[in-house]
Design a protein around this ligand. Structure first.
Ligand SMILES: N[C@@H](CCC[C@H](N)C(=O)O)C(=O)O
Length: 289
């Protein structure tokens, strides 16, 4: 039997969303990969499965990358799912359980704010393969030894592992070329999301992110959170800044309780169905704005 899905996006970082509470099925990884294909499938960065929350939150959100691998966190998808839950309950807040913990969301005018939790900076939590006391700049470089193209990233776990390289011009770096090498570098035993960031002013940072398991995406919510906390921690930015990405902007704030707040939009594109055995899919009607 076919499974119904919604196509959604947060700043053009896009998702297929399936609700198992309504009988939807999370397919096998090879079908997720097939559906993710932008030429022959629906085309998306992450596959989101909604389940009943075992702990009594409004919903449990499961996240699979386009490569079919399950991960714990996705900032842009969290806002999308919060918007669905709020539409369902008629409330202006939502609780979303994930493998990275319970996330609380609320409306912020037309946008949605999510408390993304507390960043972890210790090397075991990121995780790194070897001990680093100072994770504000770890010994890692790419390119010639005496003239590295990129070096000394700040690393952090914001529900998922991130390395942030601070540079002078984010467009001058071939992230599509070095992204795969860094994502799979042995220093990251669970692989990592890779961001290049340019601090334009203390309140505005431009970034591009190569996502683990999804490649270059138009925006990465957790990448934006990782950038703000590492920039603030190293004295490069204030604790609140606009993070500009190819797909649009998020406002990220690191509050006095050590929690990271992410504020931005969520959008529904269209509805469709797919066969979880074969990956054959079709579009239903354009979703109403
Ligand atoms: N697009 C996401 C992050 C999705 C997961 C990531 N690729 C990982 O493997 O950790 C976001 O908006 O945060």
């Amino acid at each position: 039997m076919n499974t119904a899905f919604l196509k959604m996006n947060g700043l053009a970082n896009d998702f297929v969303v399936v609700d198992t509470r309504a009988g939807g099925v999370r397919p096998a990884p090879e079908i997720i990969r097939k559906l993710a294909d932008r030429k022959t499938g629906v085309g998306f960065d992450q596959f989101i499965t909604l389940e009943r929350s075992p702990s009594g939150a409004d919903i449990f959100m499961r996240i699979d990358n386009a490569d079919g691998g399950e991960v714990a966190a996705c900032g842009n998808a969290t806002r999308c799912i919060a918007s669905l839950v709020m539409a369902e309950t008629g409330k202006s807040h939502a609780s979303i359980e994930t493998r990275a913990g319970l996330l609380l969301a609320e409306t912020a005018g037309e946008a949605i704010s999510v408390d993304m939790g507390v960043p972890k900076f210790d090397w075991q939590s990121i995780p790194l393969a070897e001990e680093f006391h100072d994770t504000r700049a770890i010994e890692l470089q790419i390119g010639p030894v005496d003239a590295p193209v990129l070096h000394s990233p700040a690393v952090v776990n914001v529900g998922n592992p991130h390395a942030v390289f601070f540079v002078d011009d984010v467009d001058a770096h071939h992230i599509e070329r070095f992204g795969p090498l860094l994502e799979n570098h042995p220093i990251f035993p669970e692989r990592a999301n890779i961001t290049v960031a340019h601090v334009e002013t203390p309140n505005r940072i431009r970034i591009r992110t190569w996502e683990r398991g999804a490649g270059l995406t138009r925006a990465c919510g957790t990448g934006a959170c990782a950038t703000l906390v590492t920039a603030a921690r190293t004295g490069r930015s204030a604790r609140e800044a606009v993070i500009a990405m190819p797909g649009g902007e998020l406002t990220i704030r690191w509050d006095e309780r050590d929690h990271i707040w992410m504020t931005g939009p969520a959008e529904t594109e269209f509805a469709g169905t797919f066969d979880p055995e074969t990956g054959a899919w079709q579009r239903a009607e354009e979703a109403a704005e």
